[in-house]
Design a protein around this ligand. Structure first.
Ligand code: NDP
Length: 314
């Protein structure tokens, strides 16, 4: 349990839980897609949104763990509306299939939570020939957002309700000191360092939200896009680093957030009225935060947008 507790201007702190930051909020009538909802921050996000009445569609690559998480949620919250759909973000074909099936489900889409991620894995390429962290953490979510966009715009128009896109990222000041940003060199194995590649893919999550937000404002669309750092949270994310994994189990309860706290900022951005109309911002501990200069770079955000669009169109 994360012990520090200084409240920010939102009234919440690093120790606030997802249930606390959404207390009293009625999410019934809303539909949300949560990626990577089969474990960690994603499964807690799905649970708390369902608790608040949101119809949750869990996008998961492992259907059997997705179904177990769904069962747990529904057992505890009998009124919960939760569906599980297959989604492998590292495969563009899988993302297209998910979007097409979701599109024909007749469900509206108010909230899209781009949460799934892998961290610091050994170098490998996705089915589409892209470095796997960049493919999973950024390109998969870029394509998913792109394909669900019409549905989100239609929902916000028809229901006169603000749509919200929430990208789960992480701060990456250190990466800009080491390597700079070079999205076009992601497949170069000789340059590959697993943590740098992770950091780069997470900066991409912030830049993606910023550029989405800029475009929504330009088009006068009633959808916001924000990104966040969930904190250092004890989850399966550290499974590829034996030292970090051991540390996670040993010291988690002293220095890391638990998943209830780790999902708080995501749920705050998805549902809280305090952030109505707030877009293109970065959050941490359910409060506004400042990302690295590279992550705020508007030109870089446009460059990444074009690069990503070319990649999904290739
Ligand atoms: P977990 O490993 O517990 O959860 C990650 C989720 O992403 C899992 O459900 C996993 O599925 C899913 N996932 C991984 N690859 C794919 C894929 N190709 N297609 C679909 N789903 C996939 O980690 P967290 O809950 O900690 O991570 C959630 C997010 O939070 C990530 O984006 C991460 O980068 C971010 N984050 C986490 C921090 C932390 O300290 N934990 C710190 C900063 C950011 P499966 O169960 O099948 O593996």
């Amino acid at each position: 349990m994360w012990p520090f507790n200084r409240k920010g201007v939102s009234g919440f702190s690093s120790s606030s839980t997802a249930e606390e930051v959404t207390e009293g909020i009625d999410g019934s009538g809303l539909t949300a897609v949560v990626t990577g909802a089969s474990s960690g921050i994603g499964s807690e996000t799905a649970r708390v949104l369902a608790l608040r009445g949101v119809h949750v569609v869990m996008g998961v690559r492992n259907m059997s763990s997705g179904k177990s998480v769904r069962e747990e949620i529904v057992n505890k919250i009998p009124s919960a509306k939760v569906d599980v759909m297959e989604l492998d973000l590292s495969s563009m074909a899988s993302v297209r299939k998910f979007a097409s099936e979701f599109g024909s489900s007749n469900l509206p889409l108010n909230v899209l939570i781009n949460n799934a991620g892998v961290m610091a894995i050994p170098f490998s390429l996705s089915k589409d020939g892209l470095e796997l962290q960049f493919a999973t953490n950024h390109i998969g979510h870029f394509l998913l957002t792109h394909l669900l966009m019409d549905k989100m715009k239609r929902t916000s128009r028809n229901t006169k309700t603000e749509g919200r896109i929430v990208n789960v990222s992480s701060e990456a000041h250190w990466i800009t000191y080491r390597e700079g940003i070079c999205f076009d060199k992601i497949n170069d194995q000789s340059r590959y360092q697993s943590y740098l590649a992770y950091g780069q893919s997470k900066i991409a999550n912030i830049l993606h939200a910023n550029e989405l937000s800029r475009r929504f404002k330009e088009e006068n669309v009633n959808i916001t896009a924000n990104s966040l750092h969930p904190g250092i949270v004890a989850t399966n994310l550290f499974r590829y680093q034996s030292i970090m994994n051991a540390l996670t189990s040993a010291v988690a309860k002293f220095v890391m957030k638990d998943v209830h706290q780790g999902a708080a900022t995501t749920c705050y951005l998805a549902l809280h009225p305090q952030v109505k109309g707030v877009s293109g911002k970065y959050f941490s501990n359910s409060n506004l935060a400042t990302p690295s200069s590279k992550a705020s770079d508007e030109e870089l955000a446009k460059k990444l947008w074009d690069f990503s669009l070319n990649t999904i169109s290739a």
